[in-house]
Structure formats: structure tokens, C-alpha cells
Design a protein around this ligand. Structure first.
Ligand code: AMP
Ligand code: MG
Length: 346
């Protein structure tokens, strides 16, 4: 464990040397090149090894920019914004936006409504889009809840158009980062990259393994201690995606209000989970699921995982139990703030 943690720390320290929005990659003696940029309100760290085609960074940056201009709710001309302001009529979108909204609706179905991109009017009412936080009146939440339920979204595959019912608005914030990370993974692979790591906020996508053949070691942040880990995961060609209320919140009268909304109440979810990480090859659904698990709570998440073995998870509950998918037994090392008696295989 000590060894893993120190390797992880060296990766973190290397990454933090680079500040701001770099124009040129930073060359490291061991054939490592890194880029750090900001998009979607998030720091994006890209680390690639043994790059043969230098154009790869331009390609990745081009796609990050393009995805932001399609999926962002804060860019007025994005496809999602056009859709949100289209007053209940069909709006034509790109094939990618069409497919991502489709997958988000599928996530709504398989999570029994816990994942719902149509919570956007509620996310706005709490002030999470502007940072001007407020606690909405119950009456307002009751009214806004009528517009949730992404299964009501209509699709016309013939001309790739989407229709939100009047009053509905969507927010891809709970699924887009996983999608983008998995797309960047594909684009990097197309450019011949065999080893690297892409990190977008709580989403980490591994490209292959480390150049020495070992897996990538990814720390899952402890919600209470910025520099500590719930544990360290070993991943190869997989995504590890974490959701938790500690990632964005405000406080009023000593109470914490975080950014993940329970679509059944319109309030920040109050499940028994502090942090949910999903490990999977399907980064898009993994992103939706980590958000959904956080809303569902550990019992329902366990049930979901039992029925869907292509997804694995590490869940920290409010009573500091660390629930880990049995299949990760050899791929997860518990952090130093925990005892073995805190660890439960699920
Ligand atoms: P994540 O960081 O992936 O857990 O996603 C959180 C973001 O997704 C929030 O900042 C909101 O924009 C949006 N969101 C909040 N609650 C939900 C929900 N229940 N389902 C889908 N997206 C949500
Ligand atoms: Mg998510």
C-alpha cells in the first residue's frame, strides 16, 4: 500500500507542476507528455506516453472544444441550450448529441429514475448553475418536479431531432464527462497511443497500462480529507468515475446542500452514500451510474451491481463502510484512514 500511495503521489505531484492552460505540452525525460486545460468548469489533465504522432494533442483539444460547444448548458449557442429554449418543439441536433441524450434516457430507465437529465430546472432553482445559491420554496420544487422524467423526451431518428415537452430542460452534466473521456480515449488510440491517463474532474480514463506494463493506480479521494484516499484502484483500459456531494455544495445555517438532486424530491439526495465510484469499460454509462448510485443509496446500488456485472464499484457509506465489488478484490487497496474491518466485499 505504501508503495502504491507513493507512486500515486509522484503522479499527482508531476501533474501539479503544470499550471494554467498550457499551449505547449511539457516534455518529460521518460517520454511522458502532459496537457492541462479547463473546459466544462473542470480541470482536464491528459498524460500520454511515447507519443508518435504529435498531432494527437491538437486532435484531443479540438474534440474537447467541440463537445463543450455541443453539450454545455452555459454556452447559449450549444445544441443543448438550443434544445432547452425550443419551447416544446422538435430540435435537430448532431448524431452525437442525439445518441448521448438517448443513452441518458436509457440510464433513467435502468436506474428507476435516479438518473434524470431533466432535473435541470431544479439544479437551476438551487443556484448550482450560477453559484448564486438559494434554498427553493417547497411550492417551487413541487411545480418544477412536474417537468422532470427524461422518459418523456421524444426522439425522431429519421432527421435526428429531439423534443422536450414545454417547460422541460436538460443538463448532461452527470453523463457528459464520462462520454467525453471515453471518446478522447478512442481518438488517442486511433492516433496510436498505447499508454496514458485522461482525467476530467471525477472521471479518470486509462489508456492501456503504464509503459512498464503495470496497471494505472488511481486514488479515490476521501470526501473529508483532500489529500487522502478511500483507497487506490488498479485499472487498465477502463474508466473510474466518482460522484459525491463533497464535490460541489454550499452551506446554510450549518447544513450542507450538494449538487446531486434526488429526482423524487427535488432536493439534494440524502442517501446513505458519501462517495460512489464506478469502474467500467463503458465510461458513459459509468458516469451516469455513479451519479445514480449516490442518489439510490447502497442497498439499491448493490442490487443493481448484482444484476449488471459489467459494472464494478467502490462505495463509501455515511457510516464509513467501504463497499467493494468482489471482482475488484485484487485491484483495490484500502486507504490508510481505514481499517480492514471497514471493508465489505459486495
Ligand atoms: P456527477 O458529477 O457526474 O455526479 O454529476 C452531477 C451533475 O449532474 C450535477 O452538477 C447536475 O448538473 C447533474 N445532476 C444532478 N442531479 C442529477 C440526477 N439525479 N441525474 C442526472 N444528473 C443530475
Ligand atoms: Mg455522473
Amino acid at each position: 500500500m505504501k508503495k502504491l500511495l507513493s507512486m500515486l503521489m509522484s503522479a499527482v505531484i508531476c501533474a501539479s507542476i503544470i499550471t494554467g492552460c498550457d499551449i505547449n505540452p511539457v516534455f518529460q525525460p521518460d517520454n511522458k507528455e502532459t496537457r492541462k486545460l479547463i473546459a466544462f468548469d473542470t480541470v482536464i489533465d491528459i498524460t500520454l506516453y511515447d507519443v508518435e504522432d504529435e498531432d494527437v494533442f491538437n486532435v484531443l483539444e479540438y474534440w474537447i472544444d467541440r463537445y463543450e460547444n455541443r453539450f454545455s448548458t452555459t454556452i447559449e449557442t450549444s445544441e443543448v441550450s438550443l434544445l432547452n429554449n425550443n419551447n416544446g418543439t422538435f430540435q435537430q441536433v448532431s448524431a452525437e448529441t442525439f445518441n448521448l441524450i438517448n443513452r441518458a434516457v436509457n440510464a433513467n430507465e435502468i436506474t428507476d429514475g435516479a438518473f434524470d437529465i431533466a432535473v435541470y430546472p431544479i439544479v437551476k432553482a438551487w443556484g448550482f448553475t450560477t453559484g448564486e445559491y438559494k434554498i427553493p420554496e417547497n411550492e417551487e420544487l413541487r411545480r418544477l418536479l412536474m417537468f422532470t422524467g427524461s422518459r418523456k423526451i421524444q426522439f425522431n431518428p429519421d432527421n435526428l431531432s429531439v423534443r422536450l415537452l414545454t417547460g422541460m430542460q436538460i443538463d448532461l452534466g452527470g453523463i457528459a464527462k464520462g462520454y467525453i473521456a471515453s471518446k478522447l480515449y478512442e481518438k488517442a488510440k486511433e492516433k496510436g497511443v498505447k499508454s496514458g491517463l485522461i482525467s476530467l474532474g471525477g472521471n479518470v480514463q486509462a489508456i492501456g497500462s503504464k509503459p512498464d506494463g503495470n496497471p494505472w493506480y488511481v486514488g479515490i479521494q476521501h470526501p473529508d480529507y483532500e489529500n487522502d484516499y478511500i483507497g487506490v484502484l488498479s485499472i487498465t483500459d477502463e474508466a473510474a468515475i466518482t460522484s459525491g456531494g463533497y464535490q460541489r455544495f454550499f452551506e446554510r445555517d450549518g447544513k450542507r446542500y450538494h449538487h446531486i438532486i434526488d429526482p423524487s424530491t427535488g432536493a439534494p439526495s440524502e442517501s446513505d452514500i458519501l462517495s460512489a465510484t464506478v469502474i467500467t469499460k463503458d465510461g458513459t454509462m459509468g458516469d451516469a451510474l455513479s451519479t445514480a448510485f449516490y442518489v439510490m443509496g447502497s442497498e439499491k446500488a448493490k442490487e443493481f451491481l448484482a444484476n449488471n456485472p459489467q459494472f464494478k464499484a467502490v462505495i463509501l457509506t455515511k457510516d464509513y463502510k467501504v463497499l467493494v465489488s468482489e471482482e475488484l478484490k485484487d485491484k483495490f487497496e484500502l486507504g490508510e484512514r481505514f481499517f480492514l474491518s471497514d471493508l465489505y466485499y459486495i
